[in-house]
Design a protein around this ligand. Sequence first.
Ligand SMILES: [Zn+2]
Ligand SMILES: [Zn+2]
Ligand SMILES: [Zn+2]
Ligand SMILES: [Zn+2]
Length: 322
Amino acid sequence: MNDGRRALAELAHVEGEYLFLRFGPVERRYPLNNFSEDDHEYVRNWSSKARCGACNQPLTTRSKKAGRKSYHLACFRCVACGKGFRGGDRFQIDQWGNLGHVEHIAQLFDCDSCGRLFPRKGASRNQVLSDNRVACKQCRDDAVFDLEELKSIRNETTVILKEVGISPPEGAIEWKLVSRRELDNEAKRIHVGGNLKGLTVTQLRRVTSKSETITSFSHKVYVLFGLPKSELRSVISHELMHVWLNERGVEAPADVIEGFCNLGSDQVLRQDPSRLAWILIGNMQTNPSPSYGAGYRKMMAHLQKTGWPRMLAEMKARAKKP
Ligand SMILES: [Zn+2]
Ligand SMILES: [Zn+2]
Ligand SMILES: [Zn+2]
Ligand SMILES: [Zn+2]
């Protein structure tokens, strides 16, 4: 940050062992120990000042405290009506620091990917996708609608998963970018429900001759179109974990399966320096769902004890005997 990088990037946010630098509209995460002692000093100095929960700039004399954060008077206002909050006003805040009156929520969109609150008025038409999902400007600008782009992200995630022992699929995968309705229809056919962003359907073929049985797999993986790249990485890696389990015939309760697949998302998101990736990890850590949230936390605690090789061996041991 001292060596000219500061001119390019602005320190936006510090959280635990990480700092987030803002490059134009994008924030990226870096481990603090990547930086020099001078930079550490700069960060300590930066963090020692009380900062506004909305804009992250130092708080001057007049500020307003709400919940665990304080705000500049100018920042402590509703993004829908633009008015400042007064005592007794009820408001909602997103993870990026945007605030809105509870009674003005109907005038706000809530990004389906990153949770950002933004005014409906002024949103451009392409921020409402054809299946009525909503994207903030940042997520919309980063959205993937193209299968070739999906495949290059799949290549990246395959490499990251391979590092922890998830070998690439044996069977062919047909990837499909679909709308929410198409995804839900496919899910219904195999009796799966919920707020899905991806779905894996595996077909197993067994050919038995006199001497041996040959098993082969083919997979269809459905992924929502229009996801920003970090979220797409997370969904693709989750589905690749399903493919790995399916090819090994693993059978386990939903919390074990979905929790395990989210470990793949976690692995990939941790190597993704965007602020969105960090928020998506945070969402898994607080997700109330028994399988995607509690299952993930349970499997993560187990992974931290066992490490990947033993975790994968234990999953394989759950394979249904043919
Ligand atoms: Zn502020
Ligand atoms: Zn308002
Ligand atoms: Zn967004
Ligand atoms: Zn899943």
